[in-house]
Design a protein around this ligand. Structure first.
Ligand code: PLP
Length: 304
């Protein structure tokens, strides 16, 4: 199942890896590399491209004309699916949680510009997004479509994320102890774990009370076997898209120190957690770590 990727798309793959330097890392003899998936493409960036790739291939191979998916008004997944639809020749339908507003935010404005049809549903209805009755209702309304779940995390999201590990192994000729990612739905972490590398896969949940993620990841992995993985639940900073002054100060200092843009919903929480774990040696001295920059920067500029 191969997706024909137009040369003109200019995807930056394999995405580059860069090492961070700081006094803390020197003190602990820890090496941290950042895998810059945020640089893959301006609109198909980060893990959303990785998760969409094999879904797009599957939809094409089955001759689907339309993609339908779900998300909130600031969803990076809605943004990426709208872009992918335009580029790969699908109609797209976005089922958006909540009321329509008169003026669209930049994420939804972009989605509209890619010709995504936006369908707003109440929060109550949105909760039914995985129920077969609701899907039947959507089919009655919109006809035939290829369904991609919220966040893009289904079984076919995994092989695209698995490729990140293969790229890392080809790019770094040293043993990697940890590969880190931020976790929303856990699809990216599951894909990294699926590669069964000797690196431990360490996730940082961005939602509060995200213990359910362990089950979700297990479900996604099924019986395929996996690398050793673990999700740290301590760095949600109050919950999804919530932020504190401490987090924002960290974000600005990170941008300044390393000249790498990060955003508060996902990547700042991961890096904050990672540095904290290095500081108190939950991550042992002399470790080598690759932190995945999952992108998401499009959603940041608009809120500040
Ligand atoms: C969606 C997203 C994630 C979370 O990925 P999951 O596969 O849902 O765990 C992490 N980082 C960014 C920037 C995202 O947009």
């Amino acid at each position: 199942m191969q997706l024909k990727i137009p040369d003109s798309l200019n995807l930056y793959l394999p995405s580059p890896i860069q090492e961070l330097e700081s006094s803390l890392l020197k003190l602990k003899s820890v090496r941290v590399f950042v895998k810059r998936d945020d640089l893959i493409h301006p609109t198909l960036s980060g893990n959303k491209w990785r998760k969409l790739k094999y879904n797009l291939a599957n939809a094409k191979s089955q001759d689907y004309k339309t993609l339908l998916t779900f998300g909130g008004a600031f969803s990076n997944h809605i943004h990426a699916t709208a872009a992918a639809g335009k580029i790969f020749g699908f109609n797209t339908i976005g089922i958006i949680r909540g009321e329509a507003h008169e003026s669209l935010n930049p994420t939804l404005t972009f989605a509209r510009e890619q010709n995504m049809h936006l369908e707003y549903v109440s929060r109550q209805d949105y909760r039914k997004k995985t129920q077969s009755e609701f899907i039947t209702y959507l089919h009655d309304k919109f006809g035939d479509f290829y369904l991609i779940p919220e966040g893009g995390s289904n079984e076919l999201a995994l092989p695209g994320c698995q490729e990140i590990i293969h790229e890392i192994n080809a790019q770094l000729s040293l043993p990697v102890d940890y590969v880190c990612t931020a976790c929303g739905s856990g699809g990216t972490l599951a894909g990294l774990a699926l590669a069964k590398s000797s690196s431990k896969i360490l996730g940082f949940a961005v939602l509060k009370n995200a213990g359910f993620l362990n089950d979700d990841v297990r479900k996604l992995l099924g019986n395929s076997g996996s690398a050793c993985w673990q999700i740290n639940l301590d760095y949600h900073f109050g919950g999804y898209a919530k932020r504190t002054q401490e987090l924002m100060e960290f974000l600005h200092k990170f941008r300044q120190d390393f000249r790498i843009p990060i955003e508060p919903v996902y990547t700042a929480k991961m890096f904050f957690g990672l540095f904290d774990m290095i500081r108190d040696e939950q991550i042992p001295k002399n470790s080598t770590i690759v932190a995945l920059h999952t992108g998401g920067l499009q959603g940041f500029h608009e809120q500040f």
